[in-house]
Design a protein. Sequence first.
Lengths: 115, 242
Amino acid sequence: MNADMAGLWPYLLLVLVGFLPNEAWRALGLVMARGLNEDSELVVWSRAVATAILAGVIAKLILLPPGALAGMPLALRVTAAACGFAAFLLVRRSLFVGVAVGEAVLLAGGFLLGR
Amino acid sequence: MAAPHKFESAGAALLGGLKAALTSVFFFVIGGTYVGIGALAHDFGFSSWWLALSTVLVWAGPAQVILISALGSGSPLAETALAVSLTGVRLLPMVVALLPLLRAESTRLRNLLLPTHLTSVSMWVESLRLLPGIAREHRIAFCNGVALGLVGVAVVFGFAGFYLAAGLPPLFAGGLLFLTPVSFLLSTARNARALVDKLALLLGLALAPLLAMQHVQLDLMWSGVIGGTLAYGIHRLREAAL
């Protein structure tokens, strides 16, 4: 363990470098949302931007993944996600079925490829 | 559409939200994600209590992953704060889209502080799905219940991952990391009922990897602003044409 990581110092860093830079966006959202209703154009646009950012996070986690997932081939990761999505559409838009099928394809593929 | 569900009291609505969180698919997603983050915190030499506090204060998986790996590997503090802040941009439009769903005539600013702080991808997705079916006067309590339930799951599984750390074989570690993108993909698709949301999902999926591969700075922010604005523009054009 790094000597700098002892005592109260990591907690101070948590607040200064982790909590505040993240929380500022939520506070700004709180200020901007005043007086808006859920059908207002700014809210519809904000939802579209939030959805597109989230979609971007998802795509990057599948195509350019961190750590152990990077050990699985790209084709396997994309195939597993596509199978999960197909199962989700086929079985009453069930999240559980879609996630289970996606994970099963990934793990089976990884196992067969000897990862 | 069925009449909105009314609870007997705010307490009952809070409990209803807690129950919704514990029976949601995000129970598994958050559980899996935070087992991974717990293992990461352990490997970088943080304490389990530091991890729990970071979950309560930051409450955003990607920001926590960056914070832990950057602080743990001794990156410059300003750079770490900037990276954390960039992942947090997505929280701004989420809060702006969520609060109008929560607010009633009598709502005060301080009633919105907790839901604002607890806004995260999982809470947002579940709230946008469930809140329209809840009577407006109980939405804040219900939403707090959902969020606190998910935070509780995250803290517990973070501890579990911390103490299980490094015991997982690579195949299962990969499977855990895959849980986040696949479940977020399906839950976002399930929530995208209007054309504008479906288009935003598709455009974001396509744009972010393209921009990342071109090494565009702030690729996520740009894919959100460009993809979201394009989707919104198409939606407006189509409405104008009808």
